[in-house]
Design a binder for this molecule. Sequence first.
Ligand code: CAA
Ligand code: NAI
Length: 699
Amino acid sequence: MAIVELERQGGVAVLRMNNPPVNALGHALRVDLEKHLNEALADPAVKAIVLTGTGRFFSAGADISEFSLGVREPHLQPMIGRIEGSDKPMVAAINGTALGGGLELSLGCHYRVVGKDVRQLGLPEITLGILPGAGGTQRLPRLVGVEQALQMITTGAFIDAVKAAKIGLVDKVADGDVVAEAVAFARGQIGNPPRRVGAIVIDKASIPAGLFDKARASVGRHPSGPVAPNAAIDAVEAATLPVAEGSALERKAFVETNSSPYARALQYKFFAERQAANLPGIGPNVRLRDIKTVGILGAGTMGTGISLAFLNAGFPVTVVETAQEALDKGVARIKETLEANAKRGRITEAQANDRFAKLTPSLKMEDLAQADLIIEAVFENLALKKEIFAKLDKIAKPGGIIATNTSTLDVNAIAAETKRPQDVLGLHFFSPANIMRLLEIVRAEKTAPDVMATAMAIAKKIGKVGVQAGVCDGFVGNRMLHAYTSEVYAMLLEGAMPREIDGAMEAWGMAMGPLAVGDLAGLDVSYRIRQERKLTGEAAQFARIPDKIVEMGRHGQKTGAGFYRYDADRKRQVDPEIEALIRAEAEGLQIKQRHVPAEEIVERCLLRLANEGAKILEEGIALRASDCDTMYLNGYGFPGWRGGPMWQVDNVIGMKAAAEKIKAYEAKYGARWRIAPLIERLSKEGGTFAALDKSRRAG
Ligand code: CAA
Ligand code: NAI
């Protein structure tokens, strides 16, 4: 089948794009579209033209993989100009998702008819570090107003058919066959002057005063970094100019933003997240297990968050606790969160009620007998988890999946308590589990391939990014985190104060500095782990400051103090008492403190993360370097526009320079900086993590 087909329905030509999986506007599609468009425009028998897509997609926009290679002609922007310039009525029949260049194609048409169930209409380019490059910044404001367009373009948010009709983005919502209704609509326009969106003149008086200044002032910590958001605001502001002028400005800004490292990083993130779902040796033909109902054991911090994640995705959830009081507390927390979401307008009240109605609280583990997936989230204690898994083995239905949310324990040992280790795996959620996007899927020695594939599919269903990890202490994410925090503690002793470390990392782009994160998560959690491990040597030395802080009763935000003091609205304040404690500890260890520059703080944090990532990769615990990055981007507040620690080594620091720096740190600080053999090898071969990932894919 051709990528674009031309079908004649009387005097109306229907151009249908068919480029699976998402109708991306790649080179071949553009060539075909231009050919058929020319044919329809030139044919006097064609009186009107309808443009549509196939299946779930009108078009997901430009083919993102072309951006790093250079987009070849024919370009979309002039094609859209020709569509708009046509004297024959042009109607977009938006049968499904229309994003980026896809939506821009429809904006070039004189009218838009949309299917009533379409949910994804938007200009998400900002999430790729660019701005709409085919007229979107010029036509959307003309159609829906500058304020609304600015909001859509700077957030990349999607809207549905109903909202699109409300704001004037579409002319008609089709109840039935969208193409048939668009053809009828087009027939009705034959002979009328075309309504060209680009010809609409925006009344400057309609733009709220200070709108653009306010927008510029708020882009400080935009998830797309410092370049694209400002360029997008400038381009929308230019929509008050004649369309040709504004479009030229948009084009220039598109090229500039797309050549920034931030665009490369964000586009890498897009593909890395999707790549993570590919499990080697598990093809698309593996039959997934049917997951209709979910059971959660434990209604503490994680159990309630995980319950919410599944309730929000429409799953019925049974949550089991040991005591009525703990159960009531957990259920109340779930209810409060749903109500708060309704109050904030994120969901309707009816949705909140429906979701809560799907929750069954219980004190009996036997009530999990019907669950297709059981997730254990009780205290972090191996003996307890083993006991629970032995019991679950007797209770769970045959073929049911049993998961543990452990963050440190041996999933193989837990699975061995059952007679069905093939059905057991780790599902490591991050706190708050209903919000954080990362789901680390821990594949134990005996976990069956269909269980892995099912877990990956479930991750997607509940809106998470699933990434496979093997069994080791800390799996992938927390093992890398451990290296990072150990360096942070070392730097405290050397003389970097918490405000300097967090300040440096936050100025670089991290959502939160590492010590502020510790205060948020609770310092007592890692304290307990350290106590159990009975640290010695350097590790014991590094633990002294955080241990003392916990022993002072400062467990972080929840106790009003940790590395910082917190006021009533949880705003952090530098605490001279902690700075004095850090100095005293260093003195006790006879460490002469010095000023540690911000660049050094960032470099040491990044290199420790990447060096540990490389070790994990070499051990086969992580499948790909891009998986390590995907974890950091989705679970640890690493900014998307910085690509992740592995991407930084490949693209910013350089493999060779990274190896040299790590070796220099090793010479200075010793074993904790031992270079990952993989980095050493790649630096000698002139290799990169990306090339390694690619060769493994090919192999
Ligand atoms: N370009 C290239 N490949 C794309 C793509 C695109 N725009 N959109 C999706 N794909 C690929 C994915 O990489 C994935 O490939 P694999 O199966 O090989 O991993 C496949 O299509 C399916 O994608 P998803 O798994 O994401 O499918 P989904 O159904 O969950 O989501 C979607 C569909 C909402 C469209 C989502 O894919 C998405 O958000 N895509 C990107 C949309 C976008 O950002 N468009 C703007 C592009 S930039 C632009 O258009 C600039 C311009 O002005 C011209
Ligand atoms: P928590 O202490 O808040 O909750 C644990 C709950 O389990 C308690 O309510 C307790 O009453 C209940 N429980 C204990 N034994 C039980 C049993 N036999 N049956 C049913 N319920 C039982 O602990 P939290 O923080 O929710 O942690 C749970 C698990 O999740 C741990 O394994 C932890 O390591 C892991 N985890 C925690 C994260 C966090 O940030 N808190 C992040 C990721 C994983």
